[in-house]
Design a protein around this ligand. Sequence first.
Ligand SMILES: NC(=O)c1ccc[n+]([C@@H]2O[C@H](COP(=O)([O-])OP(=O)(O)OC[C@H]3O[C@@H](n4cnc5c(N)ncnc54)[C@H](OP(=O)(O)O)[C@@H]3O)[C@@H](O)[C@H]2O)c1
Length: 326
Amino acid sequence: MNLTAENHRMPLSDGNSIPVIGLGTYADPKKTPKGTCAESVRIAIDAGYRHIDGAFVYYNENEVGQAIREKIAEGKVKREDIFYCGKLWNTCHPPELVRPTLEKTLNILQLDYVDLYIIELPMAFKPGEAIYPRDENGKWMYHETDLCATWEALEACKDAGLVKSIGVSNFNRRQLEMILNKPGLKHKPVSNQIECHPYFTQLKLLEFCREHGITIVAYSPLGTSRDETWVNVSSPALLKDPVLNTIGEKYKKTAAQVALRFSIQRGVTVIPKSFSPERIRENFQIFDFCLTDKEMKEIEALNKNIRYVEMLMWSDHPEYPFHDEY
Ligand SMILES: NC(=O)c1ccc[n+]([C@@H]2O[C@H](COP(=O)([O-])OP(=O)(O)OC[C@H]3O[C@@H](n4cnc5c(N)ncnc54)[C@H](OP(=O)(O)O)[C@@H]3O)[C@@H](O)[C@H]2O)c1
């Protein structure tokens, strides 16, 4: 498929399509000045991005919605050009909470629908006001997880027109199979958003998803922000990799651009986060060069099975997804 800056959508299994690069919008809210996210989304849309990845728990969905609506009002884009992905958080898995939670997101965004809504993690937490519920001893308060029931509630949101496509995130093969084999399945997940980059190429999960028409959306495609709250910072930094940098020199591209190009060339959608105007623009400049088969193989060989986002604090959850091989 010949992807260009102007036309870089890939088909999804439900007949819709997804732009292969999107702007990630997670940044520590305590360290990010108000308005930074909105400004970054405006810059991204002006630079050619049509896909924005967000979530209620990023605490900046209001800014994402504001920027999208401004760009529509300006006439820069139409609503149907934009692809917004929102996420259902762990405390909102009970089926009766799914639609009200999505409606809350639509209300924050001030949009009529989202393009993709995904179950953010396969681990349910105790419903309630607290996003990260813990008891008086600091122990995480989990909740019975019934992924099939949550999925059925998502299917109903699609049928009601609140969301165009539905998918999952951080699901392993067993959890995907649970949905795919659910009796009476109405809509298959179109995508699985997972960590994926040259140090964690996810070959087996990629292959499984390909066989089942599930698009992989790669989070942390640049190797994360290396924020210690979430990231195993003892792992080597992806963008310092000599192979990525040497290949970059040949094309006058950065290691980041090479890493992103590698992913889209293997059919993986990327959602790099940047709130810096130069890097937002830089990350979109990946449609004017092409890696050779030899270079693709060289980059594939960098795989070290490094998962930066391990979420080990929840590893005792019955549905913690990363105990399985894939
Ligand atoms: N579903 C999930 O569980 C999940 C988990 C993690 C992330 N996500 C989503 O995926 C998005 C991306 O993942 P991520 O934020 O973990 O990591 P990432 O996109 O791999 O990396 C972001 C970091 O790289 C820096 N950066 C961006 N472009 C760069 C460039 N060209 N050169 C050098 N550094 C660059 C950014 O800093 P500046 O901002 O200063 O440029 C930021 O510190 C998130 O924002 C979020 O939307 C989803």
